[in-house]
Design a protein around this ligand. Structure first.
Ligand code: ATP
Ligand code: PAF
Ligand code: BAL
Length: 284
């Protein structure tokens, strides 16, 4: 497995893959890899000849300096895990490689509406940072296919929109959320939980499942459902941050013709902001 830290060497390798007619799959990450990331790697392997994983803690998408500073950086362990999975190339640049002029004058890519609603409203600038870095990675790696987790539901929708609007002509694959046995969605930020908080954390998914069940049973009074869910979260020890029931394809409010809903949740537990989501079929 090649580990490359600068752009000229990456370009050389990508040129080589193209000359040999290799189909390239890209898996963008911020490192501190867990089994969720490995599911993306396996999906990428199944869909291409060559798998490129990027590890870059992207400063442009962090709206809080303390979050950026404490984000776990574990490059050596990450590379060992990726090597065992048969990844071909890891691209792990520094911020100076990606943003040589700094952030203030860097060209940005923005996907209107979707970048400022829901999670975008509570994390201003976050999605502009995501679309900018992912756009840059698409240009550098020139993949045929790129894999993203459904755990970051709005991010996946944002990237699909950007790829289509900008004519990238690559396939965007959404991979189902990998969970711990007790139901907690795997996330690098779970590492911020204390042992006691870790025992409480799976209640987020449980409460979400109960809400999904009520929607499946035909309940549609969303305001009341959300209020009751927020109360359940508070009683379990969370501080709810975001709680939405939206149309899964438009991310707008449910309408009479909505066929699929998505529950989007973010809640604080101690120092960790946990997120989760679940799609619900409304046609049953
Ligand atoms: N549990 C999971 N199952 C499937 N995909 C996941 C999971 N966790 C993260 N991913 C995906 O891995 C990619 C990289 O995510 P990232 O490196 O931010 O990891 P993370 O664990 O989500 O960290 P955090 O949310 O704390 O930043 C994204 O496409 C993300 O959706
Ligand atoms: C897609 C991504 C790697 C861009 O920095 C990041 O937002 C993430 O890890 O989900
Ligand atoms: N996995 C989403 C990246 C972030 O929270 O910044």
């Amino acid at each position: 497995m090649l580990i490359i830290e600068n752009i000229p060497l990456l370009r050389r390798e990508i040129r080589f893959y193209h000359q040999n007619n290799k189909r390239i799959a890209l898996v963008p990450t911020m490192g501190n890899l867990h089994e969720g990331h490995m599911a993306l790697v396996e999906e990428a392997k199944a869909r291409a000849d060559v798998v490129v994983v990027t590890i870059f803690v992207n400063p442009m998408q962090f709206e809080r300096a303390d979050d950026l500073e404490r984000y776990p950086r574990t490059l050596q362990e990450d590379c060992e895990k990726l090597n065992k999975r048969g990844v071909d190339l890891v691209f792990a640049p520094s911020p100076a490689d990606i943003y040589p002029k700094g952030l203030a004058t860097q060209t940005q890519v923005d996907v209107p509406v979707i970048s400022t609603i829901l999670e975008g409203a509570s994390r201003p600038g976050h999605f502009r940072g995501v679309s900018t870095i992912v756009s840059k990675l698409f240009n550098l790696v020139q993949p045929d296919v790129a894999c993203f987790g459904q755990k970051d539901f709005q991010q996946l929708a944002l990237i699909r929109t950007m790829a289509e609007d900008m004519g990238y002509g690559l396939e965007i694959v959404g991979v189902p959320t990998v969970r711990a046995k007790d139901g907690l969605a795997l996330s690098s930020r779970n590492g911020y939980l204390t042992n006691d908080e870790r025992k409480v954390a799976p209640k987020l998914a449980k409460i979400m499942n109960q809400l999904a069940e009520r929607l499946t049973q035909g309940e549609r009074h969303t305001e009341q459902l959300l209020e009751e869910t927020a109360q359940q979260l508070r009683e379990a020890g969370f501080t709810p941050d975001e709680l939405f029931i939206r149309d899964a394809s438009t991310l707008q409010d449910l309408g009479v013709d909505s066929t699929s809903a998505v529950i989007l949740m973010a809640a604080w537990l101690g120092k960790a902001r946990l997120i989760d989501n679940q799609q619900v079929d409304l046609t049953q």
